[in-house]
Write a protein that binds this ligand. Structure first.
Ligand code: ATP
Length: 540
């Protein structure tokens, strides 16, 4: 269609402006949103401001080559052919497509009809945010074409259904399936947050689920960069977000607070998604939006969802996990890394072709299996520290879970006993003391307001090891041989962070879900002999 002269010049002007915007060292840093409250629909009305003194965190936009943004005269439809419709969102339709030069590789393209500059900037922002992310669990965005009345966002095609469709078909999913969804979703969000990006619209529609229940996160339409670096001071800023956005059923309560919110809102949304997948119901819902907003705006935690029958039927560790993700207070809520270490999240799976690098080993997972733990993985002081960190993390979170009731017994104690090698007893003791101090400080700060002291760790005892350090790891001077990690609780503590401790002296590896109708039985996982052998080889 031939444009009339005035329209053309207006369009050209706008393109000039956008080009200038893009070329000005590509400073797209999202900046603090205005303090003014805005309740807006995703994409259509959200406002973003520019700030010149803030630039991007840990990545520069030079990575985002200009040719990825189709600002030239090239039209999307000159280069790509549209196929079938894949889905429809509030702001546009998603189509299958392929390049005219190579029809073998398929893509998905979101076509957003608009000539509103604000929306153009928003989509650009979302596109740029997506460029910061490299995760197998996040759908890639390849190119953005900005044309006169349409935007074309070219993405990786994720050939599977979304979680919303799955839930419509099945209502509830099996625990194992949800565990896999949770694991991969948390990995996606961990990557997102590490890059300083908050998704802000995690919901079943935006989660594509494969046959093996691994996911890919899509739609960064309302995502926001919350970490920026101040060029003058070279210090990182964590910017609070203010805009009320995302689907109301997945919105964290702090979104309705005046002091702003941070990336922890994504963790709340994951908690809601998991709750919904396992119970078939939404934790907070109402016929009237106003009622829902009122519930979420309450200062005190609204705990009704945790008293619903469908929720109470879930296994203890699962309930514990959901509660920790749905902590009213975002500071008490697990972050993505912490959530990945929760006992409900399945361990890393070791595929047939085993390939492990040391950094990949999540020590906390090894603690779920005593053989694996004792024989192969934990053989350095560093790892011991990490293991203790996990113990303490859990202890610390024990405080957090008390959101529901006030602790009955404030004198609970926890003893961590480590079998260590005599050579390194002194340095080990020193490290542990230091660690203990740090831990108690943290706990003290956490509960300081209440002027109460809950002691989680009374003593850390180191026992002589049966074997000498050299037999295990001759290369590392500081390494120690830890035969097992024991924690001892006082008599009253039977249930720590939602899990049964059973005996007075149990290895962390033996903490398992409380079995139905058998509150004292201890279950230990059997280790796969092949896996153990492969891991042992790796250690050598
Ligand atoms: N990369 C993709 N690969 C395959 N299908 C996709 C892809 N992106 C989106 N879809 C499909 O298109 C549908 C619409 O996606 P879109 O992101 O536009 O909207 P939405 O997230 O459902 O809604 P809204 O934009 O209102 O939040 C999705 O639900 C999904 O099924």
């Amino acid at each position: 269609m031939i444009q009339s002269q005035p329209q053309q010049s207006q369009f050209q002007k706008r393109m000039q402006k956008i080009k200038g915007f893009l070329n000005s060292e590509c400073n797209f840093s999202p900046v603090e949103e205005t303090n003014e409250r805005k309740t807006k629909t995703p994409l259509l009305t959200q406002q973003q401001q520019q700030s010149s003194d803030l630039s991007d965190h840990d990545t520069n936009y030079n990575n985002v080559e200009n040719n990825q943004i189709g600002l030239k005269n090239n039209c999307f439809l000159d280069e790509y052919t549209l196929g079938e419709k894949l889905g429809e969102g509030t702001n546009g339709i998603v189509w299958l497509c392929w390049s005219k030069l190579d029809d073998q590789v398929k893509y998905a393209v979101k076509v957003i009809p608009t000539d509103d500059e604000e929306i153009i900037n928003m989509v650009k922002q979302a596109f740029i945010n997506s460029q910061l992310l490299k995760s197998p669990f996040i759908a890639k965005c390849y190119k953005l074409f900005i044309e006169q009345t349409k935007l074309y966002l070219l993405m990786e095609w994720v050939p599977c259904s979304n979680l919303e469709t799955l839930l419509k078909q099945n209502q509830r999913l099996k625990e194992k399936q949800v565990q896999q969804i949770a694991l991969t979703l948390l990995k996606a969000v961990k990557c997102l947050h590490k890059a300083g990006v908050c998704h802000r619209d995690i919901k079943p529609d935006n989660i594509q689920v494969f046959m093996d229940y691994k996911i890919k996160l899509i739609d960064f339409g309302v995502s926001r960069r919350f970490v920026t670096i101040n060029q003058n001071t070279l210090r990182y800023n964590r910017n609070k977000m203010m805009t009320i956005t995302g689907n109301i059923h997945y919105r964290a309560p702090e979104i309705y607070r005046d002091y702003g919110y941070d990336s922890q809102v994504d963790l709340w949304a994951i908690g809601v998604v998991i709750y919904q997948c396992l119970t078939g119901i939404l934790p907070y819902s109402s016929e009237y939006t106003g009622d829902l907003i009122e519930t979420l705006s309450q200062r005190e935690p609204q705990l009704d969802p945790f008293h619903k029958q469908a929720f109470l039927e879930l296994p203890t560790s699962c309930r514990d996990f959901i509660k920790r993700l749905m902590m009213w207070n975002p500071l008490k809520r697990l972050n993505a890394s912490e959530a990945l270490r929760h006992i409900w999240i399945p361990s890393y799976t070791f595929p047939n072709q085993i390939k492990i690098v040391k950094d990949d080993i999540d020590v906390s997972k090894s603690s779920q299996n005593s053989d694996l733990y004792n024989k192969t993985l934990i053989n350095s002081a560093m790892m011991l520290n990490q293991e203790l960190a996990n113990t303490l993390l859990k202890s610390r979170r024990f405080d957090a879970i008390q959101e529901e009731d006030t602790p009955k017994d404030l004198n609970k104690s926890l003893e961590v006993s480590i079998n260590g090698c005599s050579n390194n007893q002194d340095s080990l003791k020193q490290r542990l003391e230091q660690f203990k101090l740090q831990a108690s400080t943290q706990i003290h700060q956490r509960i300081g307001g209440k002027k109460e002291t809950i002691k989680y760790i009374n003593t850390i005892t180191i026992f002589e090891s049966e074997k000498s350090i050299n037999e295990f790891n001759p290369r590392m001077e500081t390494s120690i041989d830890i035969r097992s990690l024991h924690i001892q609780t006082c008599k009253n503590v039977k249930d720590l962070f939602g899990l049964n401790l059973c005996e007075s002296q149990v290895s962390l590896t033996q903490i398992e879900d409380i079995p139905e109708n058998d509150n004292q039985q201890l279950q230990t996982k059997q280790i796969d002999a092949d896996l153990l052998q492969q891991l042992t080889q790796f250690e050598q």
